[in-house]
Design a protein around this ligand. Structure first.
Ligand code: GLC
Length: 613
């Protein structure tokens, strides 16, 4: 399949002129993306670095939109001062809004957007996200993840839209269109990174070799998570058993399940793809020439550039960095995310070319692809965005959009006696559970920090605040469910602990004992019990469910918790449906033909009022 080349003649002439003018070292610099905490002042200019990124939590201090704009602007300025003045592309993970930045609109994570099945909504979210990202001078977003989670024990399940390739393709295409807006060279357009190529969500349990318990003291990436002694406990619970593992599937399955969203996103104009840490039948994706070059660039006609994931090339041949670099570049990686030792990478790549392990043609192809994206984005003409955009960061309009997304993402899965929606004249409502008043719990991972956190991590409306605003004077709250009075209705909010990536791989998907105790207390004191779950994936709740009159999957809704209140109080209908299967027992994980679902993909009770109501 051939895509129309994204550049006109003038743009192509600029790229070819630069290629002729650039030294080998400058070309290697363009192929390098360090993390901002590693970059020494002046090195963007000196080494002609092509990109800098903020990893999860790579924030300035203070962490404000203005400080972000200043921080990024300094790198852009350094790039313009390099010998050829090639503009720099700054990259962030804005996977559910500009989520590293305090004060931005945090949208529901992708699994929730999958439950809306609303491509126009996802496009509008992409557009709003692009505006808030561009406000901070950032023009590259490592999103959308088009991961198709096969084993829901995976810590990245919530980053994908779901398990239906057609739905994921539609939403990925819509999000890319949203990031683009009117045109790629509009200064509010943001380059998407479709990730992680390919079959990142199909790995087998126990196949990941990411974590070496005996080498934790030298693992700089895991140190960023600052997990402390809790890390060993997470490893015992299954952390890093799936993520970055091996996808043992045949090519027909890989093509049928995992390829369609990439085709759709490329047809929508995406000019960057991020390679996956994972392997396919034992061969690391970062060294997979057939898939990265023959399939992605050849068969799909991808004219953009492939970026590696974080230090991922180092995993190809541990201890032999020269081979890591040569094999990754020869496989089709065009830009390398080198969070720490970026000069070592540049020197190794130059040496690999000089000794013939990497050809000059391959280097020119990689740099041509990178420069093409920068020309398409108009970076040579408008190197910085309009500072007036800072006014839209976290604005009422974007928060209203996020609230709409929350409403449309809720999935009602049990509603005995039609207890929901609650009637407006319910005398007093008990809201229970610490998660009901915890911004961190409702945002989940990839929020302000890589792993996310608890408490007021960023401005927003908790579910409790939503109820208090809607029912002034008629809401009682108990974090642990210990109450003396009886209530006609109790709304108990439970949640998963926030997590990101392999840190969230779990052998068991269940509510913790403390929350189960809270639920038991509320059950005792209420005539009707409504349970709202904040989670990045289905949990095994089969045994507890009969005790609940109603059950709502709220996923990870983000900052606008009043979207939950809107629907539970009947101000908007339940319309969400599952974008993943909901397993009945742990024995049904991962999915097989024999797996039993509690609810199938597509399930969800709607409460749209018909004319007959
Ligand atoms: C992470 C993730 C990837 C992210 C990148 C930069 O390890 O795998 O999704 O975009 O590093 O933060």
């Amino acid at each position: 399949m051939t895509q129309p080349h994204p550049l006109n003649e003038e743009g192509r002439a600029l790229v070819e002129r630069l290629l002729r003018d650039m030294t080998l070292s400058e070309k290697a610099g363009q192929m390098t993306q360090p993390e901002k905490n590693s970059v020494k002042q002046g090195d963007v200019t000196r080494l002609s670095l092509g990109s800098v990124l903020s990893g999860g939590g790579g924030n300035p201090d203070p962490n404000t939109p203005h400080a972000w704009r200043e921080m990024v602007g300094a790198y852009l300025h350094e790039a313009r001062s390099s010998r050829l003045g090639i503009p720099l592309l700054y990259g962030v993970d804005a996977v559910h809004g500009h989520n590293n930045v305090v004060g931005t609109t945090i949208f529901p994570h992708n699994i929730a957007l999958g439950a809306t099945r609303d491509a126009d909504l996802v496009r509008r979210i992409g557009r709003a996200t692009a505006l808030e990202v561009a406000a901070t001078n950032v023009r590259w977003n490592f999103a959308p993840a088009v991961s198709m989670p096969h084993d829901l024990r995976w810590g990245r399940t919530y980053e994908g839209y779901g398990q239906d390739p057609q739905l994921v393709s539609e939403l990925a295409s819509a999000y890319v269109q949203g990031l683009r807006g009117a045109a790629w060279n509009d200064p509010t357009a943001v380059l998407p990174s479709v990730k992680h190529f390919i079959a990142d969500g199909h790995t087998s349990w126990g196949s990941s070799t990411r974590v070496d318990r005996n080498a934790l003291d030298v693992d700089r990436t895991l140190a960023i998570a600052q997990m402390g002694e809790g890390f060993m406990e997470l490893l015992d619970q299954g952390a890093w058993q799936l993520d970055q593992g091996d996808s043992r599937i045949d090519e027909a399955t890989l093509r049928a399940v995992h390829l369609p969203p990439y085709r759709a996103a490329i047809e929508a104009g995406a000019l960057n793809v991020m390679a996956s840490f994972s392997s396919w039948n034992g061969l690391k994706m970062h060294g997979h020439r057939y898939l990265l070059t023959d399939v992605l660039k050849g068969e799909l006609g991808f004219e953009g550039f492939v970026v590696s994931d974080w230090e991922a090339i180092d995993q190809l041949h541990p201890g032999d960095y020269h081979r890591c670099v040569a094999d990754a570049i020869n496989a089709g990686v065009d830009m390398v995310m080198v969070p720490f030792d970026y000069e070592k990478f540049i020197g190794t790549l130059v040496a690999a070319v000089q000794c013939g392990d990497v050809t000059q043609e391959r280097i020119d192809d990689a740099v041509r692809r990178i420069l093409t994206a920068k020309v398409v984005l108009g970076l040579f003409d408008i190197p910085e965005t309009d500072p007036a955009l800072l006014n839209v960061v976290g604005c009422a309009e974007h928060r209203a959009l996020a609230r709409e997304a929350v409403r449309k993402s809720l999935v009602l899965l049990r509603n005995e006696g039609n207890v929901l929606p609650l009637s407006d004249n319910t005398p007093t409502v008990l809201v229970a559970g610490s998660a009901a008043d915890d911004m961190g719990a409702q945002c989940g991972g990839w929020t302000i920090t890589w792993m996310g956190g608890h408490g007021p991590i960023t401005p927003g409306t908790s579910i409790l605040e939503g109820f208090q605003r809607a029912l002034p004077g008629r809401v009682n709250y108990s974090a642990d469910g210990q109450v003396d009075a009886r209530y006609p209705v109790g709304i108990a909010v439970v949640a998963e602990e926030p997590y990101a990536e392999g840190m969230g791989d779990r052998a068991e998907l269940r509510l913790d004992a403390q929350q189960l105790r809270m639920l038991a207390r509320v059950r005792e004191q209420c005539d009707r019990l409504v349970v709202v779950l904040l989670s990045g994936r289905p949990l095994i709740i089969t045994d507890e469910l009969p005790q609940w009159d109603a059950f709502v999957a709220a996923w990870l809704p983000g900052t606008e918790g009043d979207g939950v209140t809107d629907v539970l109080l009947g101000r908007a209908p339940f319309t969400g449906t599952l974008s993943v299967d909901w397993p009945r027992t742990h024995a049904d994980l991962p999915r097989t033909d024999a797996s039993a679902s509690l609810w199938d993909l597509g399930a969800g009770i709607t409460t749209v009022r018909t004319a007959a109501d």
